[in-house]
Ligand binder design. Structure first.
Ligand SMILES: Cc1ncc(C[n+]2csc(CCOP(=O)(O)OP(=O)(O)O)c2C)c(N)n1
Ligand SMILES: [Mg+2]
Length: 803
């Protein structure tokens, strides 16, 4: 089922009729799915339902204009569109509603997302790219309203890059940059900042983005008068209309029930976006919600009788049907016959989806009952275990939770016994968990050969006459090597272009590689990241620069909600290996020297978080990441650009390994663990400690996510029996995570002779000035005294108390 566009000027009436009938069939199928879907939730078979009813007709028009290679970045109302491009059928629709965990049955997310969150597959089984120019693409939806906007910008920008930058192998991604990125968003969600940020940025960048607003006047219960100035988004965005000699948008407004006009508008919109790379806004108004917002409420509570009556009259489906009758495409009887047939098909598809959904669990139930009964046979608690088996056996449509509850509880009756049956039960539970857990947990990170921790390290090489240089030059020259080696790489951010970033790590790069590959952006961190996400989803290798670590918070929501979940929520079917370059720690004041590392660690699982202590290490991380296929944040040391480092000879080639710590000083008395800018202070302090006879071992974490994959830190603790984590985040921030990794995961508690401790910054943000820094963050004296204190506690004779 798809509605590939055949609309041309010369088609016969019969062709036209066939096409319209096909469209109507798709729309009725979609509507029936919505109606039946709601019932599935109300009868308890599905947990939650949010459907596309009332938005069917404009989506037919959008699908007609949507070509192979194009991308959608939309939201939960778009089931009709997905059906019309052939990416969603009836059975898959219901598989999504039930949460089927098999990606072949539920291709959108393998049951991880609630129904209505759509995606297509960009990747093959091994994680390599499919040819995206030969399919219709939909980037994976997320639930946060307007969260789909930033990536939309990048998806559109990729076309511009493919069209205008020479030398990129575009085979799998683009044909001359002709692809459009289509956004969909609800009227109320346009109130979000992300929408306005994206609108403005696309107008500046002039990229082929068609923004569609599905306007039903409501956002759940809240009317447009509380959402939008003048209650009309295209009216307030009028100033974006392009004029002779300006950039800007083409803006259309069209009624959502007016099928012929919609088809016409979408053809015109696509033509201008595709050809001229001009962004377009299509405001589709007069839409409805026949069943209200979702299954968790009823719109009768907040819509007036008049509004509800209007919604019935202007339901886009009945308007389309009426128009078809008036234009002799079918008669009322013929329409009824079509509708009846579709109802049957939808019921059949729904049944097939339910049968497929319950089948594996029923098989697992049979197995579980068998092992339970076998375990009961010789047990003194036979009656109890059999009860569990019988209770499980009679469940008509079991879920996995019920299966595991019964089998795991049975084990409690067998603790003092040993039997073959018990062993079989233990093994069955272990095997079952090993089989089922990945269905819910796999693919948070890449599982391909290109996953970051699979890329081999390569040491920097130095010529005999290698010079000590300002470290920013290593960064610059390494970027130079990267841009030459990877034509698909590009970097952008505030001040990243013309002046070559605020620390001149990109000096001269724009002149050499052009304004498209090394570019300045507006001050808009969320959409800078969105550019990165979208372009990475289309095969480019963007490096999105967030000027200072403190300002990463503006992009953090989208980094966490969109980027960090991408591989997970598609069960490995989409990826966006964007690199986020930022710099932080140790400048001056509250907003230039913060260290929100704990926040990042907690919110960014799914992204690598790298904290190099110098520019050579940082450059090595970029080289590693570009060989891999995963997203990462690299935090450069803000006070490191002017320090001297030796210039490596193998620029663009040396690689810092990901997830591997480095022992920068060996020692016998205590293990000091730190990273980034703080590490330098720790190293200095270690010299002072040596003067009083304390021999510290210093370990640079380098990579917070993933953390010490070889468990090297515990080996050090095994030797020194003491552990101090030094960090410039707040108390209980990154240091708490680090301590948990070492003490709990690596079992370092077994080897400790002293309490494992953390030394952190104060609770408040760092104050301005040198003294502000001294009184806010761990200083060399703080570090010295803390360590001395720990040594004093263990050997007061050798280390008499300081105070
Ligand atoms: C950031 C965020 N805030 C709130 C919600 C809860 N929510 C889900 S849908 C919705 C209303 C969206 O209305 P609109 O954009 O007009 O789309 P419609 O559902 O009407 O098509 C809200 C508030 C959310 N998903 N994300
Ligand atoms: Mg709405």
């Amino acid at each position: 089922m798809s509605n590939t566009n055949k609309t041309t000027k010369d088609i016969t009436f019969e062709d036209f009729k066939t096409e319209v009938l096909n469209d109507y069939t798709i729309a009725v199928t979609s509507r029936e799915c919505s109606l039946l879907g709601r019932r599935e939730v109300l009868t308890g078979k599905a947990k939650f339902g949010i459907f596309g009813d009332g938005k069917e007709v404009p989506q037919l028009a959008m699908a007609k204009a949507f070509k192979n290679g194009d991308f959608r970045s939309g939201y939960y109302r778009d089931q009709t569109f997905m059906m019309a491009i052939g990416a969603l059928n009836i059975q898959q629709f219901f598989a999504g509603l039930y949460g089927h965990t098999d990606i072949t049955e539920e291709p959108m997310s393998a049951g991880r997302q609630m129904g209505g969150h759509f995606a297509t597959h960009s990747l093959n089984e091994d994680g390599s790219w499919k040819n995206l120019t030969q399919q219709k693409n939909s980037s994976a939806d997320i639930s946060p309203t307007a969260g789909q906007m930033p990536r939309l910008l990048g998806l559109a920008q990729a076309s511009k890059i493919y069209r205008e930058v020479k030398g990129i192998n575009a085979e799998k991604f683009s044909v001359n940059g002709d692809e459009i990125a289509w956004g969909t968003i609800g009227n109320a969600s346009t109130s979000e900042g992300l929408f306005f940020e994206t609108i403005n940025a696309a107008g500046v960048l002039q990229v082929p983005m068609v923004m569609n607003v599905w306007d039903d006047e409501y956002g759940i219960s809240v009317h447009a008068r509380h959402q939008t100035t003048k209650e009309n988004i295209s009216e307030v965005l009028k100033g974006f209309q392009r004029e002779e000699g300006t950039n800007g948008y083409e803006i259309f407004r069209v009624k959502g029930w007016d099928y012929p006009n919609l088809v016409d508008v979408y053809q015109r919109a696509a033509a201008v976006a595709r050809k001229e790379h001009c962004p377009v806004l299509i405001h589709v108004n007069e839409l409805t919600q026949p069943q209200g917002h979702s299954t968790s409420g009823s719109h009768e509570r907040y819509k007036s009788k008049e509004r509800l009556a209007w919604e019935v009259e202007f339901d886009c489906m009945s308007k389309m049907r009426q128009w078809m009758i008036e234009n002799n495409i079918f008669t009322d009887e013929e329409a009824k016959a079509i509708e009846k047939d579709i109802q049957k098909q939808v019921r059949k598809g729904k049944q097939a989806a339910w049968t497929a959904f319950v089948k594996p669990q029923k098989e697992e139930q049979t197995e579980a009952v068998e092992v339970l009964k076998a375990a009961a046979v010789n047990s003194s608690n036979k009656a109890f275990i059999e009860k569990l088996a019988n209770e499980l056996e009679i469940i008509k449509e079991p879920i996995r939770k019920e299966i595991l509850i019964a089998t795991r509880k049975a084990l409690r009756y067998l603790t003092t016994e040993s039997s073959e049956g018990k062993t079989a039960l233990i093994n069955w539970i272990a095997d079952y968990k090993a089989k089922i857990q990945p269905k819910y947990s796999a693919n948070l990170y890449s599982e391909s050969n290109l996953r970051a921790d699979n890329i081999n390290a390569e040491a920097p090489k130095y010529n005999d006459d290698a010079e000590m240089v300002d470290a920013r030059l290593i960064m610059r020259d390494n970027f130079d090597a990267i841009f030459t080696k990877y034509p698909e790489s590009l970097i952008f951010g505030e001040d990243a272009g013309h002046i070559g970033d605020v620390n001149q790590g990109l000096e001269g790069m724009q002149e050499k590689y052009g304004e498209l590959r090394v570019s300045d952006t507006g001050i808009r961190e969320a959409t800078i990241l969105g550019q990165g996400i979208g372009m990475a989803m289309r095969g480019l290798r963007p490096i999105a620069e967030i000027q200072y670590l403190d300002y990463i918070l503006y992009s953090l929501q989208i980094m966490s909600d969109d980027l960090a979940t991408l591989q997970y929520r598609t069960n490995g079917k989409q990826k966006a290996p964007v690199i986020i370059r930022t710099r932080g720690h140790r400048l001056e004041g509250i907003w230039h020297s913060g260290s929100q590392m704990g926040g990042l660690i907690h919110l960014l699982r799914g992204i690598h978080l790298l904290v190099p202590r110098n520019m050579t290490k940082a450059a090595g991380f970029y080289n590693t990441l570009l060989e891999g296929d995963e997203p990462a944040v690299v935090v450069e040391c803000l006070n490191g650009y002017r320090l001297k480092e030796k210039m490596p000879a193998n620029l663009g080639e040396f690689k810092t390994p990901i997830g591997v710590v480095e022992t920068v000083k060996e020692g016998a008395d205590i293990t000091l663990v730190s990273y980034g800018s703080t590490l330098r202070i720790v190293e200095e302090t270690a010299k002072e400690l040596a003067q009083v006879g304390i021999d510290a071992e210093i370990i640079d974490i380098q990579s917070l996510l993933p953390f010490d994959i070889n468990h090297d830190i515990v080996k050090s603790v095994q030797k020194t029996n003491r552990l101090l984590v030094i960090d410039e985040d707040v108390p209980g921030g990154a240091s708490a995570y680090i301590l948990q990794e070492i003490v709990e995961k690596q079992n370092a508690y077994k080897f400790l002779d002293s309490k494992p401790q953390t030394l952190t910054a104060k609770e408040h943000r760092p104050a301005y000035g040198t003294d502000g820094d001294y009184f806010s963050k761990p200083s060399a004296e703080d570090i010295f005294e803390k360590i001395y204190d720990m040594m004093n506690e263990s050997n007061p004779n050798k280390y008499p108390s300081l105070f």
